[in-house]
Unconditional design. Sequence first.
Length: 209
Amino acid sequence: MAQSDLFAGREALPDLGANATLSSLAEDAAGCTRCHLYRNATQTVFGAGPKDARVMLVGEQPGDQEDRQGKPFVGPAGTLLDRALEAAGIDRRETYVTNAVKHFKFEPRGKRRIHKKPDRPEIDACHWWLERELALLAPQIVVAMGSTAGVAVAGRRVAVMKERGSLHDHPAGFRWMVTVHPSALLRIPERDAKAAAFDQLVADLRLAA
């Protein structure tokens, strides 16, 4: 599998040393200025979950609620993800949840902050943190949710609907798969279509389980 500049020359994950912890990494990330997104975001939203998690879920970026609370997947998409994980037989308390980009990228619209998709330079800059999360956790399976997460995990463009539900071996030593981001389901207006999309997401997560 061809890798992009995200992994060029560094297929092996970094050696962080025996004293590195998720807490210390999160503290370091709190002051991150690796890209411009920190200027407008409320705070860095780092990953959350146990260090011995076998399943790692990677989303796109924090949303409005995540930016305010400082925790990943606590907004509407997080609620839907919790439902899907439960249906798939995965305990979220035993998973590690993070994002490809750790700062909220948005466009002000009146009093609202509208989500904007991260650009490749922002994904590349934040990949430094994702590598270190992967190195500390050494998960068995990484689930990339959405195309942005797919790029961050695979190091290439990922066709989500074509590749979802298939397991891949990563040169860094873990297996990964891609599925849709839970927020995509929130935008489906028809009830039957939304239910079918939810069932497919659950089926993808069951493969990870």
